[in-house]
Design a protein around this ligand. Structure first.
Ligand code: ADP
Ligand code: MG
Length: 227
């Protein structure tokens, strides 16, 4: 698949019907590009169907949260939330969602003055307020403290029951909470399927080129890099 004139993804083929799907893989593997294709915000060659439509024609159905967002230095939290409702098919009230996160205190603040974790939560509130059919979250756990990671993990699992959710992650643990997982490397989808079958030590060692250890915690098998 050519993206903006350059081959970035090739042989990436998968099908998702609802639920939570997580993509994991090294920096530069193509995870963000894949989400941006699904969000319909970049041009590409190849066949992609989202709810039966070309994603570029389905933007009203999707909500995309980038890993990093640069905004006008004077933009307020409300401005960023408002921008999320643009072209939404059935917009809700992002401030209500901000309240659910216990973040009303951020109202009136300049977006750029927030911490990385607060950025994430504000963007997630905006995305959910779009009431999308498909939610696309790039690195939703980056910059979050442990409590907020737990909060966001639970929220993502909950919303993915009614909204098809696709996320990218750097932590195998968060790939393991998904219904389906994909491992990407060098623009290719190396493996795709049930997390327990796909996010395996051997695969991660291959794609990251570092040793990994398997650790049993209760009934859960964790993969941690050998330091
Ligand atoms: P990941 O999110 O997995 O870290 P990305 O999808 O951001 O990876 O990037 C995959 C590769 O494509 C990288 O080598 C990146 O530099 C390149 N790339 C992404 N977008 C563009 C673009 N618009 N033009 C040229 N190269 C790009
Ligand atoms: Mg990325």
């Amino acid at each position: 698949m050519e993206v903006e004139g350059r081959v970035i993804l090739s042989g990436v083929s998968f099908r998702v019907e609802g639920g939570l799907t997580a993509f994991i893989g090294p920096n530069g593997a193509g995870k963000t590009t894949l989400l941006r294709v699904l969000a319909g915000i970049i041009d590409y060659t190849g066949v992609v169907s989202l709810c039966g439509l070309d994603p570029r024609r389905a933007r009203r159905l999707t909500a995309y949260v980038p890993a990093y967002l640069q905004v006008d230095p004077y933009a307020k939290v409300e401005d960023v939330l408002e921008a999320y409702l643009h072209n939404a098919r059935n917009p809700g009230d992002p401030l209500e969602i901000l309240k659910l996160f216990g973040l009303e205190r951020l109202r009136g603040r300049r977006f750029n003055s927030l911490s990385g974790g607060e950025h994430k939560l504000v963007l997630l509130a905006g995305a959910l307020a779009r009431n999308p059919r498909v939610l696309l979250l790039d690195e939703p756990f980056s910059h979050l403290d442990i409590a907020n990671q737990v909060k966001v993990a639970r929220l993502i699992r909950e919303v993915s029951r009614s909204i098809t959710t696709v996320i990218t992650v750097h932590e195998p643990l968060y790939a393991s909470i998904a219904d389906l997982a994909g491992v990407m490397s060098s623009g290719r989808l190396v493996a795709f399927g049930k997390p327990g079958e796909v996010v395996r030590r051997k695969t991660l060692v291959e794609v990251y080129g570092v040793e990994m250890e398997e650790v049993m915690v209760g009934s859960r098998l964790l993969l941690v890099p050998s330091l």
